[in-house]
Design a protein around this ligand. Structure first.
Ligand SMILES: Cc1cc2nc3c(=O)[nH]c(=O)nc-3n(C[C@H](O)[C@H](O)[C@H](O)COP(=O)(O)OP(=O)(O)OC[C@H]3O[C@@H](n4cnc5c(N)ncnc54)[C@H](O)[C@@H]3O)c2cc1C
Length: 425
């Protein structure tokens, strides 16, 4: 039987952070900022210290930046943190407060931060040309090795990663086709109107699109689409969404008998990022599903680079207060989501949650042109819930002009600390 290295009740057990990427790193820093002086151990299944993923579909894939350049710097306050890298956490017991690693060892903790992010969804199709995804450094380096002048790249999926990979592959000389079922690229994130403007700009730079189509079959050097047409390909990139890494918590023996945390599309948290309302367990980053009072009570995951840091600032204070048996006194977590995406010389900059709007309005620019900046506003009723700018270097400033409007909370919202509570496990 595996031995428990120390009892959870011992003060030395400290806080365990599961996931050694952006969310894990920011959580460790924010625990120190929140006054936690005890041990912090970060467990990560990748062999690397935290690195930055955005360059993996851009500069690293283009060969303009090295893998080493993606390393994330950390604050000196976490110089003493223990990093357990190449150490996958296989299960957690939320009652006994222990983690079991893939090597069978059992580790006690007092407080838990779940920061395990997501992994790429894979296409359930056999065969085909060499197939890639882009999530890790290794993924990006392996795809980079296949790209070059005249290489026929088929990108399946037209979300932000699909569009970024298409742009980068085209930049380095590939013949690129994007296939996706939606009417326009990036529809989920930015709506059809801005998606159309984006597609036209990609097409002007040589990317081909087969929108409204699915891949039915993969042959040796081609894909067969659902209308029977063929699309030649030397390399296939699957960019068809992500799956949250929650299985290790699914094996949890803690909580209400027979009931662990709700792991439907991520780890369900309350409005303070506590897992199942527990005072000693929080989740941050891509894997966390939480209600944001700006957009109603529905809990959502938000896969944006800014989110792990925003989550960590709130969750660390809540967790440290919870471990001390104190009230945290914070209003519910209500971040303003934001993301950017660089494709060719284009920047897409979003603030808010355009996807919760019921209509989009062109606020600035000429949507028909393939040059110049355009800005769309997304409205839920009369309320502005998101703004996206598409353009060059000015896109951030253009979208940023609407930030103050987007920061306004819905009228009559009562933000007591108990808003968005979950029944405790
Ligand atoms: C190619 C790419 C480009 C991107 N570009 C942009 C962009 O331009 N703009 C933007 O806003 N966002 C971008 N993003 C999104 C952004 O990088 C993510 O939102 C961010 O990485 C989320 O950080 P995280 O720590 O929550 O999750 P992750 O970065 O996914 O980290 C989770 C970590 O936990 C590890 N892990 C999982 N399960 C276990 C386990 N059981 N035990 C131990 N460790 C485990 C994982 O291997 C991983 O290392 C991009 C993402 C990718 C992949």
């Amino acid at each position: 039987m595996a031995s428990v290295e120390s009892a959870a009740s011992e003060a030395s057990a400290g806080i365990a952070v599961v996931g050694a990427s952006l969310g894990g790193l920011r959580a460790a820093e924010q625990l120190r900022a929140a006054g936690w002086e005890g041990p912090v151990t970060v467990y990560g299944d990748e062999p690397h210290r935290p690195y930055n993923r955005p360059p993996l579909s851009k500069e690293v894939l283009a060969g303009e930046a090295t893998a080493a350049a993606t390393a994330l710097r950390h604050r000196p306050s976490i110089d003493d943190v223990t990093w357990r890298l190449g150490a996958a956490v296989e299960s957690a017991d939320l009652t006994a407060r222990t983690l079991t690693l893939a090597d069978g060892s059992v580790h006690a903790y007092e407080g838990l931060v779940a920061a395990t992010g997501v992994r790429p969804r894979r296409l359930p199709l056999p065969g085909g040309p060499p197939r890639h995804v882009v999530r890790t450094l290794e993924d990006s380096v392996a795809l980079r090795a296949e790209l070059g002048d005249g290489v026929r790249v088929l990108v399946i999926g037209a979300g932000f990663i699909g569009c970024e990979v298409a742009a980068t592959a085209r930049k380095v000389g590939c013949e690129v086709t994007v296939v996706a079922p939606e009417a326009e690229p990036m529809t989920l994130a930015v709506g059809e109107e801005l998606g159309r403007a984006l597609r036209r700009r990609h097409e002007a730079r040589g990317v081909r699109f087969r929108m409204g189509r699915l891949v039915a079959e993969l042959g040796d050097e081609c894909a067969v689409l659902d209308d029977g047409s063929e699309c030649a390909a030397d390399v296939v990139v699957e960019a068809v969404g992500s799956l949250p890494n929650v299985e290790w918590l699914g094996a949890s023996e803690g909580g209400t008998p027979g009931l662990g945390p709700d792991l439907t599309d991520g780890i369900l948290c309350d409005a303070h990022l506590r897992i199942g309302g527990l005072p000693h367990a929080v989740a941050v980053g891509d894997v966390a599903r939480f209600p944001n009072p700006r957009y109603g009570a529905l809990a959502r995951r938000v896969e944006h680079w800014s989110m792990p840091a925003d989550c960590a600032r709130h969750a660390a204070r809540v967790l440290v207060a919870g471990l001390r048996g104190e009230a945290h006194g914070l209003a519910p977590f209500a971040p303003l989501p934001s993301f950017w995406s660089d494709q060719f010389d284009l920047r897409v900059q979003s603030f808010g949650l355009p996807g919760v709007g019921d209509r989009a309005e062109l606020l600035e620019g000429d949507a028909e042109s393939v040059e110049g900046d355009v800005v769309y506003g997304y409205y839920g009723g009369e309320r502005l819930v998101g703004v996206v700018a598409l353009g060059g270097s000015k896109a951030v400033a253009l979208a940023g002009r609407y930030r103050a409007d987007l920061m306004e909370l819905p009228d009559g919202l009562d933000l007591s600390p108990s808003w968005g509570s979950l029944p405790a496990l």
